[in-house]
Design a protein around this ligand. Sequence first.
Ligand code: NAI
Length: 252
Amino acid sequence: MRLEQKQAIVTGGAGGIGRATAKALAAEGAAVAVVDLNGDAAEAVAAEIRDAGFTAIAIQADVSSESDIERVVATAVDEFGGVNVVFNNAGIIRRTTAVETTVEEWDRVFGVNVRSIFLMCKHVVPVMAAAGGGSIVNTGSGWGLKGGGQAISYCASKGAVVNMTRALAIDHGPQGIRVNSVNPGDVNTGMLRDEASQLGQDADAFLAEAADRPLRRMGEPREIASAVVWLASDESSYVTGSALVVDGGGIA
Ligand code: NAI
């Protein structure tokens, strides 16, 4: 049990990577708040964790809303007595070029992928600092480290996630707070099928192309979860400001 005495918030906790990570954090002993726009799905994940004998609550929230984020942090503190692990993982993608992207879509992608992390840190860092520190993990992407086609708002937003992670690590390291990004590449979740449908492509062909990387397969959500558990745990105690790539060698 590498995360005993830890209290965690996981955003996008009802989705592929979030659900696997919420379960993995709980199995290592953390109490987990599963946060998602889809409240019923978040509750199903929390129930699954409790049924396995671990501790979890569900909180419906839009991570781009400051009042929702304030409520998430306050609820986790009330229920668990503190927060020392946050996985900022909720994210959306729009597969469009600059010409095709509407201003509303651009703002929504940045609201969910970037503003959310600023808001969470604004409200959770004081809680962590008062308790002596913590670990924040932000979900970037291979496309935060290199470019990709027909995904201008997503690539820009994930580049922002990777670099704001470094800035957060610099500002809050002295308070004992570590901040790292985990950067997945082509993990088998609903997001990939959503991309295929946005691009009007056949889902099976899209997934086969996603497997074209050195390890010759897509990633599974639990493989991202393992990296997040390590970054959340004291085993990574000297790691901060890093961008950990978990992508089967895709951007290598
Ligand atoms: P997913 O679509 O399965 O999960 C995303 C979750 O975020 C969903 O449960 C959704 O309801 C939730 N969500 C969306 N907007 C929200 C909002 N405003 N407030 C709260 N929750 C919201 O996708 P997946 O793959 O699990 O994605 C998780 C993260 O991983 C995202 O940040 C994504 O960009 C990133 N990622 C995924 C990759 C992949 O290949 N699946 C590759 C690289 C990065």
